[in-house]
Design a protein around this ligand. Structure first.
Ligand code: AMP
Length: 177
């Protein structure tokens, strides 16, 4: 992987302290999104490890997972499937309830969006504790599809979210901070 591109991406990410609440160091990826060259390279680097994996569906998580997942899907010649917060999807859904730092959340996916024959890549912009990615894994499992891997633009190493993901499934992050 060309380290200069990864460095350029890392430098473009803005860290905003205490957003959206006190104690959070928010990683703002919008400077990458707004730069045509960086956006292109980011999508290339997200796609690279899965180019020959026969991915048929990229599952993206609301809300920032929706930004790059469709671009990644297009690059991999796959479809895009949205996973949304409870009550947002119009058709019948599978759902999973999962723990947040404070309280619980429910995410949903249309029951016909992913089929047992699909080979799935789960994408989110960032992995922190791994709770969200794990919940999406459970959701995809409900469909009976094969999970090929996880894909993130940013990994927060200090929280070891990677260690919470299902073992034996590839997990790739373009950059870690
Ligand atoms: P987690 O479930 O803890 O792995 O959190 C991942 C989700 O929360 C992703 O959808 C991220 O967009 C968001 N997130 C968590 N921590 C941060 C952070 N420090 N900066 C930006 N987004 C974050």
């Amino acid at each position: 992987m060309p380290t200069d591109v990864v460095s350029a991406l890392r430098e473009a990410i803005r860290t905003i302290p205490d957003f959206p609440k006190s104690g959070i160091l928010f990683k703002d990826i919008t400077p990458i999104l707004g730069n045509a060259e960086l956006l292109n390279r980011a999508v290339d680097l997200l796609a690279a490890p899965y180019k020959y994996s026969g991915i048929t569906k990229v599952v993206g998580v609301e809300s920032r997972g929706f930004i790059l997942a469709p671009l990644l899907a297009q690059k991999l010649n796959a479809g895009f499937v949205p996973v949304r917060k409870q009550g947002k999807l119009p058709f019948e859904t599978h759902y999973v309830e999962y723990d947040l730092e404070y309280g619980k959340d429910i995410i949903e996916m249309h029951i016909d969006a992913v089929k047992p024959i699909d080979r799935v890549l789960i994408h989110d912009d960032l992995i922190a504790t791994g709770g969200t990615a794990n919940a999406v894994d459970l959701l995809v499992a409900r469909s009976g599809a094969y999970l090929v891997g996880f894909s993130f633009l940013v990994e927060l190493l200090a929280l070891n979210g990677r260690g919470q993901l299902r073992s034996g499934v590839q997990a790739h992050a373009v950059l870690s901070v």
